[in-house]
Design a protein around this ligand. Structure first.
Ligand SMILES: Cc1ncc(C[n+]2csc(CCOP(=O)(O)OP(=O)(O)O)c2C)c(N)n1
Length: 249
């Protein structure tokens, strides 16, 4: 995975850390003189996506502050799906999330996160603004997590079916399909999209199952740039443990 080539940083499993990384990158972009030159090929902006739950992490506040005082070219995009596993949005914030940046000097706006075109238009506008040197902006896309958080989560334990049904009726994909049909787009197109989607899913599944397990030692590589005695100790422990387990197979 090459973040330079894809211009996409890999997924951050520790919530909200990606916000700090993105702000740091945006600060660097500005120091490199790649903001507000008027040359669209050259000017850059950064976008960082995170959930409503992640906003309760200090990292998000730090990111907003550093982006504001450095006038960094970044859009903070909050995907507010109203649930952080079993924690409801009411336990994450008192004020609406789109106002979260105000005290730091980062203006914000709420958009309908289930409206595909609204998300696209708002993202495009604020990325262009950031690129041209207008500083950071925060978008809160209001949406809903229809499914479970993970396969080990049972949402029926903490929320009502009626709430889920209400949001199912606002399904963004269905809504966009209705919009396109009203523009005169016919069945053929939707059939084509369905086949392409199913083929892609099949391909991803097949390629994922074909992946070989990476060497276990990889989890210790790149923790530090140089060899570290604590890491060496942990690596040796794991190798010995694995060797012992192997004997029992
Ligand atoms: C720092 C940290 N704390 C806790 C977790 C465990 N965890 C994983 S996902 C999650 C909820 C995330 O909710 P939200 O930010 O709203 O994102 P969503 O998954 O709903 O899109 C939690 C608490 C974690 N990954 N990182």
């Amino acid at each position: 995975w090459d973040p330079e080539e894809t211009r996409f940083h890999h997924y951050a499993i520790v919530l909200a850390t990606q916000v700090l990384h993105a702000v740091g990158y945006a600060m660097g972009v500005k120091l490199d003189g790649k903001v507000g030159t008027g040359d669209r090929e050259k000017d850059l902006a950064v976008i960082s996506y995170f959930g409503d739950g992640a906003t309760a992490e200090g990292d998000v506040s730090e990111g907003l502050l550093f982006a504001a005082v450095n006038e960094s070219p970044i859009v903070f995009f909050i995907q507010n799906n109203q649930w952080a596993i079993s924690s409801h949005i009411d336990s994450q914030t008192k004020a609406p999330l789109y106002t979260r940046g105000e005290g730091f000097g980062v203006p914000g706006m709420r958009i309908d996160g289930n409206d595909v075109l609204a998300c696209y238009a708002a993202t495009r506008l604020h990325m262009d603004n950031a690129r041209s040197g207008e500083g950071p902006f925060l978008l809160e896309a209001l949406t809903y997590r229809i499914g479970a958080h993970t396969t080990s989560d049972d949402p029926s334990k903490y929320r009502e079916d009626a709430e889920v049904d209400e949001w199912k009726a606002k399904d963004p994909i269905k809504r966009f399909e209705i919009f396109l049909r009203r523009q005169g787009i016919g069945d053929d197109f939707f059939e084509e999209v369905k086949v392409a989607g199913d083929d892609l899913a099949k391909k991803i599944r097949a390629e994922t199952f074909a992946l070989e397990d990476p060497p276990l030692g990889n989890i210790f590589n790149h923790v530090y740039t140089e060899q570290h005695p604590e890491i060496d100790k942990q690596r040796a422990w794991l190798e010995a443990y694995e060797a012992r387990m192997g004997d029992h197979e």
